[in-house]
Design a binder for this molecule. Structure first.
Ligand code: ACM
Ligand code: ZN
Length: 609
């Protein structure tokens, strides 16, 4: 063989070996350490389950048994003693709360953890070692239910790994909330941040104030299109959760090691509550109604004793329902104009020696914090709770960028990072000209993936206050569960990997290779994820009046980009993109990704301007 050919053959076999490995173990989020070994463990009707005599382990083993029953028609029995051909949940000493070790040998699978949380995450990994059909809700025939032999050691990077859902702009029923939690748990996330109150609707039953849901959960109509369109649908819209349903959700989440973090907004975003109880406002208007359009409203809670009594009553019911050690009190986007005009507010500020309305906001939050702390809980709030001074024990959810999180960490307060520019999943992920109406910014998958939530501006000590990250799904323009999933996935997977995987293991190139396999799992679960991953991104340079440079790129690995400039849709014989090229004003670029003769993405296009 000549040397060129030798290099080629070596390269070819390297690719084959890499591909074989890539296909074998393919997990999102990437575990800390994987050691692959020879052989497989094969599940069959005689595979047993052996676990500690404990309700949590029993439930976790039950999840595995249910999956096998449903997808494979295999009945796994609980073993009374340890034998071969079994999945052994072994409680060991000395591991972290969420850490696990998974050992797959030809005769046994052993899941080691010190706590059931770790065992649950090992189970999520085991599912991803199995054929994707394990996620099927119906029985699949002709599958070999085997798992490659390996040892996996794993533990999360962050203790807070959240996903938020706004159920106020649009309402999502209990069945969908459970599915949302299923996806959170599947991806080793552990917080469901439930945004329950807003200007446009109050969504949680409060026994002492029934009007909040009888009246405050319904808006008389909803704006069509963007927030200033001026066009309304004329149709009442509402929905809320009873306390019984809330309890059901909390149990469902807790069974999957997900904490439900309730959010009760104050002092702003309170119009739905004020429309039921106008005496809680500054009383500047004749009539208050739940908002029918999106945005920020000046009708906020007035910091008077009646308001604090109301909020303490509401929070008391929240404490009874939610075991979460942290309660989200909102705090964002509270315009100050009502307080500026309100006699009570102005007198109060004078009496307390507050220099401005920002300090009044801080007073508001600090009073609420005192109450929440007195009940043994802590508060978390959006960035704006930093205005006028942070309450002594508050955590900050940094959404306006990173600055709020940085400020909090520098003051030795815990923070969760969810900067809107990176982690707001209601923003566009594909070309806005071909996507459904969404919030204005463009945040493609790679930008979400690349975000580093631990700013370098922080010292090593301050960095410890970054507790984790959260993906936010605001639903002004998201009206159905399918569309929630379309907007959230796959970007939520990029966030889950940042939340769980070590810095050393976070690697875009590895992620995009694992992502394709993961799509097959989401397909089994009928998740309506966005496929912009396969679409060609067209960048037309700003230079040149008569010619501009065009660059094409695509996230999906192992595809070819083909393009045209004559307005026709690219086919498998269209020019293959290799390097940037030039177009003139009469030309329009259309591009599409292909694997061989088969197109894998949709056609994207961009003109000269
Ligand atoms: C927010 O997006 N207003 C927290
Ligand atoms: Zn007032």
């Amino acid at each position: 063989m000549n040397s060129e050919r030798k290099v080629f053959v070596t390269f070819y076999w390297l690719c084959v070996v890499c591909l074989a490995y890539a296909q074998q173990i393919n997990i999102i989020p990437q575990p800390l350490k994987i050691t692959e070994q020879k052989g497989v463990f094969e599940f069959n009707n005689r595979t047993g389950l052996y676990f500690p005599n404990d309700e949590d382990y029993k439930r976790i083993a039950g999840f595995l048994a249910n999956s096998f029953q449903q997808a494979a028609g295999i009945s796994m029995e609980t073993a009374s003693k340890l034998s071969s051909n079994c999945v052994y949940f072994k409680k060991v000493r000395g591991m972290g709360l969420e850490a696990y070790k998974l050992e797959v040998k030809p005769n046994r699978i052993t899941i080691m953890s010190s706590y059931p949380n770790g065992a649950f995450y090992a189970l999520q990994t085991l599912y991803q070692l199995l054929p994707e059909y394990i996620y099927s809700p119906v029985k699949k025939g002709g599958i070999t239910w085997s798992v490659p032999c390996c040892e996996i050691e794993d533990t999360p990077r962050f203790s807070y790994r959240g996903m938020h859902l706004d159920v106020c702009s649009h309402f999502f029923d209990i069945d969908y909330i459970k599915r949302y939690i299923d996806l959170i748990a599947m991806h080793k996330q552990n917080v469901f941040h439930w945004h329950l109150t807003e200007d446009q609707g109050w969504r949680i039953e409060i026994k002492k104030y029934p009007e909040l849901t009888e009246k405050g959960s319904i808006r008389k109509e909803t704006i069509i299109g963007t927030l200033n369109s001026g066009v309304y649908d004329g149709t009442p819209y509402g929905g809320y959760y009873t306390q019984e349903q809330i309890r059901d959700i909390i149990k469902y989440a807790s069974d999957r090691f997900v904490t439900v973090l309730p959010e009760i907004e104050m002092p702003g975003h309170a119009l739905a509550a004020i429309s039921c109880y106008p005496e809680l406002s500054c009383g500047l208007e004749e009539k208050y109604e739940p908002a029918t359009r999106w945005g920020v409203f000046p009708q906020v809670y007035c910091p008077k004793e009646k308001t604090f009594a109301f909020l303490e009553d509401v929070l008391s019911e929240i404490f009874d329902l939610f075991p979460s050690p942290i309660i989200h009190i909102g705090g964002d986007e509270c315009p100050k104009q009502s307080w500026e005009k309100c006699l009570h507010c102005q007198v109060l500020m004078k009496r307390l020696g507050l220099k401005d309305e920002f300090e009044l906001q801080s007073y508001f939050i600090q009073r609420i914090e005192k109450f929440v702390n007195s009940k043994g809980r802590k508060i978390i709030g959006w960035d704006e709770i930093l205005q006028g001074g942070l309450a002594p024990n508050a955590m900050v959810m940094s959404w306006l960028g990173e600055e709020g999180g940085i400020k909090a960490a520098k003051q030795h307060h815990n923070a969760v990072m969810c900067p809107n520019q990176k982690y707001y999943l209601d923003y566009y992920q594909g070309d806005p000209s071909t996507e459904r109406l969404a919030m204005g910014h463009y945040v493609p998958l790679k930008e979400v993936y690349d975000y580093n939530p631990v700013p370098n501006k922080l010292t090593a000590d301050e960095k410890k206050y970054i507790m984790g990250v959260e993906g936010c799904v605001w639903t002004e323009y998201i009206t159905t569960p399918e569309h929630v999933e379309y907007m959230a996935y796959p970007r939520a997977l990029a966030i889950c990997e940042t939340a769980w995987s070590s810095v050393e293991n976070k690697n875009w190139d590895s992620f995009i290779h694992r992502l394709e396999k993961h799509f097959t799992r989401l397909d089994e679960k009928k998740v309506n994820y966005c496929r912009a991953f396969y679409d060609v991104n067209i960048e037309v340079g700003k230079d040149g009046t008569y010619s501009k440079v065009v660059s094409l790129s695509v996230d999906a690995p192992d595809v070819e980009i083909r393009y045209t400039t004559d307005g026709s849709d690219p086919v498998s014989s269209s020019p293959l993109y290799k390097i940037p090229f030039v177009i003139n004003p009469s030309e329009k670029v259309k591009a599409r990704s292909f694997r061989g003769l088969i197109w894998v993405g949709k056609v994207t296009s961009k003109g000269f301007n």
